[in-house]
Design a protein around this ligand. Structure first.
Ligand code: G3H
Ligand code: 13P
Ligand code: ZN
Length: 303
């Protein structure tokens, strides 16, 4: 069966990655699904705890409509507690992330193990996290990168039984990822891979924050200054030459939706039909997702 594990294994072998795209509303979800269908690209649709609250009971009908298409999987992003992971599993998610990376190591192991035990009984995959991204991670703020310790990563995977591991090697959430040099710690990634050969790894905070989107937003009444993403070539290196099989993206979709909507509203002061401005945002988001599937993730035609 072509379940999510099948695609992680395939991605590892063939050197592509699954895009894990966050959504909070119908238009962004439609954009992701249309891109996935147009390009025959498998992908993950991710919901944060905040997104779950925002969409409420509308979430599952929307997600299940998306999942009628092959190769689209529903994932809980940054679940902070056993209870929220259990709820997502009961709702029928394909995978959950338990993110207790801000807790001491042994507590992170304990809680992650508990989620793995429950999830695996229900055929659901689990992503754990070790190390902390600089900036905001679902309500927890860290002023510094706490890079993943490779030895601890091996111990963590062995003790918890997670299916995938999110690591910290210099990416961060949001639109302001760097003040200085735009680098990633490939030395740490290589060490992790030496200790955990062929183990599927995940990069959070992997938006590339394209200049054209920023220019469109700012040309249409926005004011987003000094936004910087992860350089594309670093993401490609992480996918092609390392074991990164899942690339998390939220910020780029927020920028795309905003750009499309702002362009319509700025060009027509009389417009107030949401289908016009949200529809334009949806189209812009679809073009961003298609570009990623084709030129960044290499997941096109891999369904
Ligand atoms: O990694 C976090 C995602 O960007 C979700 O953000 O909690 O604002 O929905 P959110
Ligand atoms: P970005 O803010 O770089 O899009 O990262 C999103 C993310 O990691 C969701 O888990
Ligand atoms: Zn994240």
């Amino acid at each position: 069966m072509k379940n999510l594990k099948f695609y992680f294994d395939k991605a590892l072998k063939k050197g592509f990655a699954l895009g894990a795209f966050n959504f909070n509303n119908m238009e962004v979800l439609q954009a992701i699904v249309s891109a996935s269908e147009t390009l025959s690209s498998p992908c993950i649709i991710s919901v944060s705890e905040g997104a779950m609250q925002y969409m409420g009971e509308f979430l599952m009908p929307l997600a299940n409509t998306a999942r009628k298409n092959k190769g689209i999987f529903l994932h809980l992003d940054h679940g902070k507690s056993y209870e929220v992971c259990k709820k997502a599993i009961e709702l029928g998610f394909d995978s959950v992330m338990i993110d207790c990376s801000a807790l001491p190591f042994e507590e992170n192991v304990k809680l992650t193990r508990k989620v793995v035990n429950y999830a695996h009984k229900h055929g659901v995959l689990v992503e754990g996290e070790l190390g902390q991204l600089k900036g905001i991670e679902e309500n927890t703020k860290s002023d510094f990168h706490h890079f993943t310790d490779p030895n601890k990563a091996k111990e963590f995977v062995t003790k918890t039984g997670v299916d995938t591991l999110a690591i910290a090697i210099g990416t961060s959430h949001g639109a302001y990822k760097y003040q200085g040099e735009q680098t990633l710690r490939f030395d740490i990634l290589s060490e992790i891979e030496l200790l955990l050969p062929n183990f599927p790894l995940v990069l959070h905070g992997a938006s590339t924050v394209e200049q054209d989107l920023l220019e469109e937003i700012n040309a249409n009444g926005g004011n987003i200054e000094n936004a910087v993403g992860i350089p594309k070539d670093l993401i490609i290196e992480a996918i092609k030459e390392h074991n990164i099989v899942k690339i998390n993206t939220d910020t780029d979709l927020r920028l795309a939706l905003t750009s499309g909507a702002r362009t319509v509203l700025n060009n027509n002061q009389k417009e107030f039909d949401p289908r016009k401005y949200l529809g334009a945002g949806r189209d812009r988001a679809q073009s961003v997702v298609e570009d990623k599937m084709t030129n960044l993730l290499f997941s096109k035609n891999q369904k």
